[in-house]
Design a protein around this ligand. Structure first.
Ligand SMILES: NC(=O)c1ccc[n+]([C@@H]2O[C@H](COP(=O)([O-])OP(=O)(O)OC[C@H]3O[C@@H](n4cnc5c(N)ncnc54)[C@H](O)[C@@H]3O)[C@@H](O)[C@H]2O)c1
Length: 370
């Protein structure tokens, strides 16, 4: 079979922080037949210089202006890996420049920002791809097929209890660096202002809740860790109709979601056991299907689907299948899908409209918790 050659898509990456250093820059280098990193942007000059020194492209361009990067003729598509509060601003710059844009999760935390991105997409040649990478993991895709919809679902359990990311990152072999002394006063002020405005919009305007420290922390945690689990839950079993109960603390939180014919528990949080205990488990009459995730920071750790099920005719046969259909990590799978969209027009599932549903779930949780 002969494959049609397509020149690598030239990528401009905004936000040279942890995830760029640990996942995206190394992955873009591995995927050199599909992508070429040509431009980097960060307001932190030290992070920018460090990341440039890590790139295989010795003539990579660098800027502290996201606008310059987006408009550059050396950039075909943009990756936004900046802080949450800048995702919309940077996404809008890319769309305004008519470029496709990958935006890390959470896409946005308030409707104002979702609306702005939807409007911008209408007038642009570019489209947004949201980086919900767990939804591109091979085990997740296998489970979507294995479960085949909500019919017959009796119960669902979503779990994400992990230790601090630094435990895994320090063993990832990627040796990232943080440069706190490189954060200018201007950049810190701009970030704080946008964070405050985003939280105000999300809690007060969208949810009708007073801004408190605890709600702010929980909103950020739901957007950070929670959006992985909740967006995967939505794809597997659809949107919940409500929340029956929620107990939220910044270290551990539990939510009981209501669906028309079953409930789903969502338990998440942090402790110091060096484990990445993340899974989604779906129970039906004859079968329980579990998607198991390991830390994405250590490249190549497989995601697996475990199926425990009844077999045979006499009601007592049992089998357990562990399916690892690929060693390719979710970040690599995700980039492959983005490339397929840009080169071959394959439809994107993690769109702005899709990410908008997340805000509804955050609202259900935070209003139920009171
Ligand atoms: N998909 C995943 O598995 C995953 C994992 C970790 C983080 N993330 C997401 O990626 C994003 C970045 O996370 P991180 O852990 O790398 O954070 P980080 O704070 O380490 O990095 C963010 C970088 O953005 C830069 N930045 C901030 N404002 C900027 C601006 N206006 N212009 C240019 N650069 C700017 C900062 O200087 C910093 O270097 C977050 O939205 C986070 O939710 C996703």
């Amino acid at each position: 079979m002969s494959l049609k050659y397509h020149p690598p898509i030239r990528i401009g990456l905004i936000g040279c922080g942890e995830i760029a250093q640990v996942a995206h820059i190394p992955n873009l280098t591995y995927l050199s037949s599909k992508f070429e990193l040509t431009y980097l942007c960060d307001t932190n000059a030290e992070s920018l210089a460090f990341c440039a020194s890590r790139c295989s492209n010795a003539s990579i361009k660098c800027t502290e202006s996201a606008s310059d990067l987006c408009q550059s003729p050396d950039v075909d598509a943009v990756m936004v890996c900046s802080s949450d509060a800048f995702h919309t601003e940077h996404g809008l710059l890319a769309l305004k420049a008519g470029k496709h844009v990958f935006i890390e999760k959470p896409l946005a935390l308030c409707r104002r920002d979702i609306k702005a991105l939807m409007e911008a997409e209408k007038g642009s040649k570019g489209k947004v791809f949201v980086g919900y990478m767990r939804r591109y993991a091979s085990a997740f895709l296998d489970a979507v097929k294995e479960i085949g919809g909500v019919e017959g679902v009796q119960y669902v359990k979503v779990r994400d209890i992990i230790c601090p990311n630094s435990v895994f990152i320090n063993q990832s072999g990627t040796f990232p660096y943080k440069f706190p002394e490189g954060v200018t006063q201007e950049a810190a002020k701009a970030l704080a202002e946008r964070e405050e405005s985003m939280v105000h919009e999300a809690l007060e305007v969208d949810m009708g809740l007073t801004v408190t420290e605890k709600r702010t922390t929980m909103l950020r945690l739901l957007g950070g860790l929670g959006s992985h689990d909740l967006s995967a839950m939505r794809e597997l079993i659809g949107m919940p109709t409500g929340v029956l109960g929620a107990y939220l603390t910044p270290t551990m939180w539990t939510v009981l979601f209501k669906y028309p014919t079953f409930v789903a528990t969502y338990e998440s949080g942090f402790n110091s056991i060096p484990l990445f205990d993340a899974s989604i488990e779906v129970f039906t009459e004859n079968k329980a299907v579990t998607v198991k995730y390991d830390t994405p920071y250590v490249k190549g750790l497989p995601t697996t689907m475990v199926v425990r099920e009844k077999v045979g005719e006499d009601n007592c046969g049992y089998q357990e299948r562990i399916v690892r259909s690929s060693y390719e990590d979710p970040y690599t799978k995700q980039m492959g899908e983005w490339w397929e969209f840009m080169v071959n027009g394959k439809p994107v599932k993690t769109t702005v409209e899709d990410a908008a549903m997340e805000l509804e779930i955050f609202k259900m949780i935070l209003t139920a918790a009171g």
